[in-house]
Design a protein around this ligand. Structure first.
Ligand code: 5GP
Ligand code: ZN
Length: 142
């Protein structure tokens, strides 16, 4: 628990949330300023800022909840699809520093875009540069 964290306060019941799912490790509740009807946030109960900070067991629990909830949220608001994503770190637009996955219901013709639009213009990378990046990431996997 982080004293001044809004999501920790929702987990602890200190401030209200429209809770849609709870288990030992995860809480899911409606976003207070939704991008679409049914916009849901899935958070680990433990306070961690980014996915990289999150212990593997909490990450698995969050993904299991997202996996279970995404189709149920879509059904509840009669959506055609959903965007499921994390703003992972401040530079990526994360405003609340407590890991949370967004389930944003999507509708045909809703005027939104795919997640490809979030990173600005595409970099022009050569095959050699792509090979080097792939090798670098692979070498970091334990
Ligand atoms: P972020 O930009 O950090 O990925 O998203 C934070 C989300 O939390 C935003 O979509 C915002 O509307 C939502 N939010 C901020 N404060 C509250 C709150 O007090 N309660 C709930 N339910 N959602 C909140
Ligand atoms: Zn927190």
């Amino acid at each position: 628990m982080s004293e001044d964290c809004i999501f920790c306060q929702i987990v602890d019941g200190e401030i209200p949330g429209r809770v849609v799912y709870e288990d030992d490790d995860v809480l899911a509740f409606l976003d207070a300023n939704p991008m679409a009807p049914g916009h849901t946030l899935v958070v680990p109960k433990a306070h961690h800022e980014t996915l990289g900070d999150l212990p593997e067991a909490d990450g698995s629990a969050v993904f299991a909840a997202l996996h279970r909830l995404a189709p149920l949220v879509e059904d509840a608001v009669d959506a055609d699809a959903s965007t499921v994503a994390f703003n992972n770190g401040e530079a990526a637009g994360q405003e609340i520093p407590h890991v949370h996955g967004h389930v944003i219901p999507r509708f045909e013709g809703d005027g939104g875009g795919p997640i490809h639009v979030v990173a600005g213009s595409r970099p022009d990378l050569s095959d050699d540069e792509l090979d080097a990046i792939a090798e670098d990431v692979a070498n970091r996997v334990e």
